[in-house]
Design a protein. Structure first.
Length: 71
């Protein structure tokens, strides 16, 4: 195998690992938002594009899954 082919294979492997890690990390804000009663899919897409903002918003958002107590 030539050095050029090995370099190309290594580059492809690095990009594949990077994309898998990027998608895996996007589940974090989506899971936090889902536990609070918000859309998992919406936050997943949001975190794929703007991960830091999605993480902050997911933690700051109000919990909609808790039962509201009326007196």
């Amino acid at each position: 195998m030539s050095l050029l082919a090995m370099g190309s294979l290594a580059t492809a492997l690095v990009w594949t690992v990077a994309v898998v890690v990027w998608i895996a990390i996007a589940f974090w804000p989506a899971r936090v938002a889902s536990r609070k009663g918000h859309s998992f899919f919406g936050f997943f897409i949001f975190s794929l594009v703007f991960f830091p903002a999605a993480l902050i918003v997911a933690y700051v958002e109000k919990d909609r899954s808790a039962a509201t107590v009326t007196a």
